[in-house]
Design a protein around this ligand. Structure first.
Ligand SMILES: Nc1ncnc2c1ncn2[C@@H]1O[C@H](COP(=O)(O)OP(=O)(O)OP(=O)(O)O)[C@@H](O)[C@H]1O
Ligand SMILES: [Mg+2]
Length: 296
């Protein structure tokens, strides 16, 4: 058993609840929203993200092909799939870092892209609402950890004193209270990634998008970052998680989407996708990934 699986087992043993949606044996063709009908019907149940028929090509090559995806509030969607399948492009479309060709995107019930056009009235507000954590942390090297977390808040008009207090509290949340005055090059990769998570949280996003947040980290740092992400999940943060850490995705996600060649091949609760995949392509992907996982 590798360290990540061990951490996952520890989580199970501490009795962290499996989400309700994972207990419902829905057919893989159902959508995430279908699998959580109670939330869908309750007041204030607008999905945080709703994507319909999203298409994107680069230089005439289709990269996203009619993607439909809904992420209910407080839920965690994990996107898995082969390299080049379109996962990063999909995430980048959600906050319009990438401009789709067709389809529609709503964030918190408001259209940001529709009929082939960007209709978002305030891109800066969209990007505050949709936080993103990348594989590479992209911290400002000349700023300390706490200053990196403060920066966007101050730019958004938060008084420095308030921004400082909030940043210190966020660094505590990612278990880095003791590293506030360190510069990025004085921190490990895992510490830098946790600062990046604190920075993404600083603007109180309604959803966090993670794009392979641990893929450039050593195993120990990976465990630290996954622990922070798990705590966020337990706090009810809505997230989309692109990862090759399949045991982690299985343990933390409410819903798993397997993307290949720009299409959703299969989706469902984690135990269904990981234990009883319905599609040959999903099975092939999972067995390749299992073969690539480091052993203990
Ligand atoms: N700006 C771009 N210009 C041209 N092609 C691009 C661009 N961005 C991505 N692509 C292509 O789109 C396809 C999907 O890329 P994307 O980065 O979304 O895949 P991915 O699923 O995130 O892969 P990985 O697991 O390797 O990160 C790839 O073939 C990639 O080369
Ligand atoms: Mg990618």
């Amino acid at each position: 058993m590798n360290r990540i699986e061990a951490a996952l087992e520890a989580r199970k043993e501490t009795g962290v609840a499996t989400s309700p949606s994972t207990e419902v044996a829905e057919p893989a063709s159902k959508t995430f929203a279908d699998a959580v009908p109670e939330e869908s019907q309750s007041a204030g149940a607008t999905p945080v993200v709703r994507i319909e028929h999203l298409c994107k090509s680069f230089d005439g090559r289709v990269v996203l092909d009619a993607i439909d995806l809904t992420v209910p509030r407080g839920k965690i969607l994990s996107i898995i799939g082969q390299s080049g399948g379109g996962k990063t492009t999909l995430l980048r479309c959600i906050n319009l870092l990438e401009r789709p060709d067709h389809g529609s995107i709503q964030v918190n019930g408001e259209a940001v892209f529709a009929d082939g056009r960007v209709v978002c009235p305030d891109l800066a507000a969209l990007r505050r609402s949709v936080g993103m954590v990348f594989q590479r942390f992209n911290l400002f090297p000349h700023l300390t950890a706490v200053e990196n977390v403060m920066l966007a808040q101050v730019r958004a008009g938060t008084p420095s004193r308030t921004a400082l207090e909030r940043s210190v509290s966020l660094l505590r949340r990612v278990r880095l209270a003791h590293r506030g005055l360190a510069y990025p090059d004085q921190m490990s990769g895992g510490e830098q990634q946790r600062v990046a998570i604190a920075r993404a949280l600083a603007l109180r996003p309604s959803i966090l998008l993670f794009d392979e947040p641990t893929s450039s980290l050593d195993p120990e740092s990976t465990v630290e970052v996954l622990q922070v992400m798990r705590a966020l999940a337990q706090d009810g943060m809505t997230m989309i998680l692109v990862t090759h850490e399949l045991p982690f995705a299985r343990g933390v996600a409410d819903w798993v989407v397997f993307v290949d060649g720009g299409r959703i091949v299969e989706q469902g609760p984690p135990e269904e996708i990981f234990d009883r995949p319905g599609q040959e392509r999903t099975r092939a992907f999972l067995s390749n990934e299992a073969a690539a996982q480091p052993d203990a």
